[in-house]
Design a binder for this molecule. Sequence first.
Ligand code: ZN
Length: 154
Amino acid sequence: MVRTSRELARRMEEHGQKTYPEECCGILLGSTDGDETVILDVVEIDNLQEDNRRRRFLITPKQYLQAERAASERNLQLLGFYHSHPDHPAIPSEFDREHALPWFTYIVLSVACGEAKVMTAWFLSESRDRFNETPLSIETTRPVKIEEERGSGR
Ligand SMILES: [Zn+2]
């Protein structure tokens, strides 16, 4: 299960609409504990893929380092990445699978004719041979860190 807020979902949708018909991509930050992942912030990154920006997003090693830094500055974990599929279903592509890592959360957002439509969440299987969809809960109140929600004695 991946949880986030309506506000953060809207920020990803607006990003996807802004970059349409090209893909947008960004970083997911938050906290995670076993089966539960809570997205507490999202950060936009530039799509540096040169040849086919409509279909492929690519995170460079430099952007990966920036993502790690953004997470530590906010005292959050780097959970994974989101990107849009302009005029394409919200299902990870073969290219996405080949470039994904098993411990990250991937959010895919379909943008049809410039309008954000469907948002889905995925994890890569341990063997990296397929993506498994996981429920995405978009909540009206802003989720808090899992540690804080469980009240670790404070
Ligand atoms: Zn994709």
